[in-house]
Design a protein around this ligand. Structure first.
Ligand code: GTP
Ligand code: MG
Length: 240
């Protein structure tokens, strides 16, 4: 069975090479055949170019440089479409997501449709305490509004079965758009399709190299709009 690890990158020159090496190290300890799919949105720091140069002889590493689009969620969608694994892992490329968890995810995905790394599962946590608590409060709001029993909608590190996505028609551009809001939509639709979730504990490490691409005010606005839209959708489908 093939596993595809999807890595969206934007200005991650200081992280990406070491991260890919770490992913290889951990995934090779499992029995899975794998591919690593980098989707770089033409980073000014030449992250994509660096990967192409360094890994050109390794056919397991596929690098796509998108010249005309810069959008996190659509880069993930693009990577999934270009990949072939029966199992898909999506992770950030700034070491906030620990590659060690890959083997746990691969073990557990045999029993669930999606395995989500969560800061709020027992034994999880986060280095930046302010971010940890703010996100915890916002996650409680999302859980209440959407009635989905997961503790972390906002971490963005997960493992999912491709057949589940295809069977339930979830590989849609409308879902994979924007920034972290795409995962709120994805979780909502997985839940509506009767998917099974498992959360495993994760510890969020703050990035050491590079700058953040996220904008807190914009995120709160977009995520709230997304959740309210889904709530309205839910009320509408319950009425009909
Ligand atoms: N392809 C692509 N990747 C992106 C884009 N924006 C962010 N990324 C990547 O998505 C991941 C998450 O972005 P971050 O900047 O780390 O966002 P964050 O985790 O909220 O912010 P930090 O506090 O810096 O960790 C990283 O791997 C980025 O390189 C984008 O527009 N296109
Ligand atoms: Mg990050």
């Amino acid at each position: 069975m093939i596993v595809s690890v999807i890595l969206p990158t934007y200005n991650e020159r200081g992280n990406i090479v070491k991260l890919i090496q770490e992913i290889i190290k951990h995934i090779e300890k499992t029995h899975y055949v794998y591919e690593i799919v980098v989707v770089d949105d033409n980073s000014p720091d030449k992250t994509g170019f660096l990967c192409t140069q360094l890994f050109s002889k390794n056919s397991k590493i596929k690098v796509f440089i998108r010249k005309n689009k810069r959008e996190f969620a659509s880069a993930i969608y693009y990577g999934i479409k270009k990949s072939k694994g029966a199992i898909i892992i999506v992770m950030d490329t700034d070491f906030s997501h620990n590659p060690k968890l890959i083997s746990v995810m691969l073990k557990m995905i045999k029993h669930y449709d999606i395995v989500i790394a969560s800061r709020y599962a027992k034994n999880g946590g986060g280095e930046n305490k302010k971010r940890y608590w703010m996100s915890k409060i916002y996650n409680s709001y999302l859980r209440y509004i959407l009635k989905i029993n997961i503790s972390d909608f906002l971490f963005g590190y997960f493992c999912i079965r491709r057949d589940f996505l295809i069977k339930n028609d979830l590989l849609q551009r409308d879902i994979f758009t924007g920034f972290g809001d795409y995962f709120i939509r994805l979780a909502y639709h997985i839940n509506k399709s009767g998917g099974t979730f498992l959360e495993i504990p994760a510890f969020y490490k703050s990035r050491i190299y590079g700058a953040s691409k996220s904008d807190l005010k914009k995120m709160i606005y977009t995520y709230t709009k997304t959740s309210l839209k889904l709530l309205v959708h839910d009320i509408f489908i319950k009425k009909n």
